[in-house]
Design a protein around this ligand. Structure first.
Ligand SMILES: Nc1ncnc2c1ncn2[C@@H]1O[C@H](COP(=O)(O)OP(=O)(O)OP(=O)(O)O)[C@@H](O)[C@H]1O
Length: 228
């Protein structure tokens, strides 16, 4: 599903954000990516999104070597990924329904398909009753549910969540984790970068730890660890 082989990414200022990284994530895995600030987590996500390119090594997504794809094919690669961010990134002038529908419109889905899919994902994240609300009328947890619904509406093969509970109180954070668990159970691979020690420790999922651009730990049922 996701494979990194000997990936090196050095920024122009000489910082080696990733230094010979090897990772293999199978379809259906749930993986926490942990590491202190500056360890290289965001760089890894940006490489998968093809926002930046590696200096060395190979990256595969759904069996495609994404280091080789042309600029024209980048949207196709990005469609394999649904992204969720700490700060939700919803469009404030659109309703919940419209925010999700918009993600389908921009990839050219038909109106019929949109009418079919949006209520489904809204139901999945438990927000059918908020379809006509605007983001500023929702709690943080509800906004994050909308952003998850938007991320999965085009059926990505992998959901990447960058610190998705970072802005939420502990109870709401757990509600979001349950939504992510649910989506994973339905077959979507989930990769979540996080600093939320208690969540990682309780969930007992695979943990990949980065430190100074290197993988320092990869445990099947891991914990957050004490090195950070
Ligand atoms: N555009 C850039 N130009 C130069 N250096 C960068 C750039 N982006 C990141 N870095 C450096 O690369 C290293 C890895 O950064 P990265 O953002 O990947 O870390 P991170 O693990 O995501 O951190 P955080 O938990 O704070 O988000 C850091 O030393 C950072 O300062």
């Amino acid at each position: 599903m996701i494979r990194l082989q000997n990936v090196v990414k050095e920024y122009k200022n000489g910082v080696k954000a990733l230094n010979d990284v090897n990772i293999h994530i199978e379809k259906g895995d749930f993986v926490f990516l942990v590491g202190s600030s500056g360890a290289g987590k965001s760089t890894l996500i940006k490489l998968l999104m093809k926002e930046i390119d590696p200096d060395k090594g190979k990256l595969y997504l759904a069996n495609k070597d994404i280091t080789k794809v042309t600029n024209r094919s980048i949207p196709e690669i990005r469609r394999l990924i649904g992204m969720v961010f700490q700060d939700f990134r919803l469009l404030q002038n659109k309703t919940v329904y419209e925010n999700i529908a918009f993600a389908m419109e921009i990839i050219g889905q038909s109106a019929k398909e949109i009418r079919r899919q949006v209520p489904k994902v809204l139901n999945l994240v438990g927000l059918s009753h908020k379809a006509d609300s605007f983001p500023n009328q929702l709690s943080g947890g509800e906004q994050q549910r909308v952003s998850i619904a938007r991320a999965i509406v085009n059926n990505p093969t992998v959901l990447i969540a960058d610190e998705p509970t970072g802005n939420l109180d502990p109870d709401t954070a757990w509600e979001i984790m349950n939504v992510l668990k649910d989506i994973n159970r339905r077959g979507t691979t989930v990769l979540m970068a996080t600093h939320a020690k208690d969540i990682v420790d309780v969930m007992q999922k695979r943990v990949i730890a980065l430190s100074e651009g290197k993988v320092t730990r990869d445990d099947r049922k891991g914990v957050y660890g004490y090195e950070f």
